[in-house]
Design a binder for this molecule. Sequence first.
Ligand code: BTN
Length: 271
Amino acid sequence: MKADVIDPSVQVPLAAAAIEAALVMRARFSIEVIERCDSTNSLLLERAQQGAPVGSVVVCEQQEAGRGRRGRAWISAPGDSLTFSLLWRFAPGVPALAGLSLAVGVALARALEDLGASDITLKWPNDILGAGAKLGGILIETFLSGGSHVVVIGVGLNMRRATDVIDQVDAPVGALDQVMTQLPSRNRVLAALLDSLAILFDEFAVSGFKPLRTAWQARNAHADKEVIILAEGMPAATGRCAGVDEEGALLLDTGSGRRRIVSGDVSLRSA
Ligand code: BTN
């Protein structure tokens, strides 16, 4: 893959042909590159409702209203970010979808590590960290159709730390180029992420999150740390992060016993 390693100052444009050429499981995806849109998740959700096939991928150079978890905005910079959404379906009877976002984090982390990234960790429920700073996020949206779960998985990754993003995001911003000695093109990164996701979905469809729990915990950014959980409308919860259970809920050891947390934002508790 050396030929595809780029000079960090050159922003290779996204191209469907280049993504397809780098994909191992090419037949499982249908790739569309678009110059701009509000949000690839919104676009693909609309298409999913109109019956778009499994494996449809929309990757966008410039999202103008990118969406994050819990109603937040996702800020990205053209050329320096990778923003895409992928459509998948899980048949009726698939194990609970609750752990899917954590499972997706494992697939993305594995792909980035295989590309040579170091110090990739996962922050519950689904942030991707590089050297401790957030470099990627996952937004999963689902609906039921004919008994199947239709799932749109949106991923935003910072390839480089763009000033626009740093200025608008109120938290440390990480990027892939900080944890890789040679940054591959976005086309190559996307192909690796999609291949890893296809493998993971096959496993998830049969066994759910359970067999992926160990892989998630091995990358848990907050393992055994004192943390605080903030969730809308709930009092803050503090305790020691004891990992996740087989459904992907966060386990928090508090002064009054173990608690199971199903939603919220986790951060390190300051001393
Ligand atoms: C988060 O960390 O809050 C999740 C961020 C998810 C961002 C991606 S970018 C591609 C896709 N389209 C969107 O509007 N959001 C997701």
